[in-house]
Write a protein that binds this ligand. Sequence first.
Ligand SMILES: [Zn+2]
Length: 217
Amino acid sequence: MRTRLSILTWPEPKGGPHRAICHYCDTVHVADPIAEGSRANCVLCGATLFQNRPASLVRVTSFSLTALLLMIVVHTAPFVDMDAAGLRTELTLPGAARALIDEGTPLVGLGVALFTIITPLILAGGLVYVCAPLIFGRLAPGAMFVTRWMSRSEPWNMIEVFLLGVLVSLLKLGKVADLHFGIGFWAFAGLMVCMAAAVAAIDKRELWDRLEVAKGQ
Ligand SMILES: [Zn+2]
């Protein structure tokens, strides 16, 4: 079997030996490069220190690009189609946020806009901006700054929470109105999967190491 030596591990920044600290028991380890598809575990408690995920940069870029394309569909196509007592209403995601702001619950509306529209956009856009040039070993201008902001925005990406909330309320609404899921809803479900896959495709340690190496070139 031919071994793809060139992509077995990611380049490490100069100035080693590199160390990794276990987040659970604070044990310090010497972090040697590991083969693609494997993980380094803590010798004391067995927790994962870092992973070398297969084809990480290509996967992050493709899942984030797909997420960005799906966002266009989510924001333009109807989310749900509602038929109640002969009245037909179509709702889009930005329309729902705007309606909440106009109807007297501006905080909830702003929250929906921030956590389901703005944060996923920062995260997916940032991942494409940083990771696509890294495939060719290049550093995008301000990539370090963007990566720091992506890490900060990651916990605020709440599209799964929103989808669950929508499903629960639609199940209840279904008793009084005739409901149909629109293309926007299915695109949103796809967006949730793509965002999770994009974030999970690369280890943070790998991303920072690659950024440092590209910066040094
Ligand atoms: Zn440990």
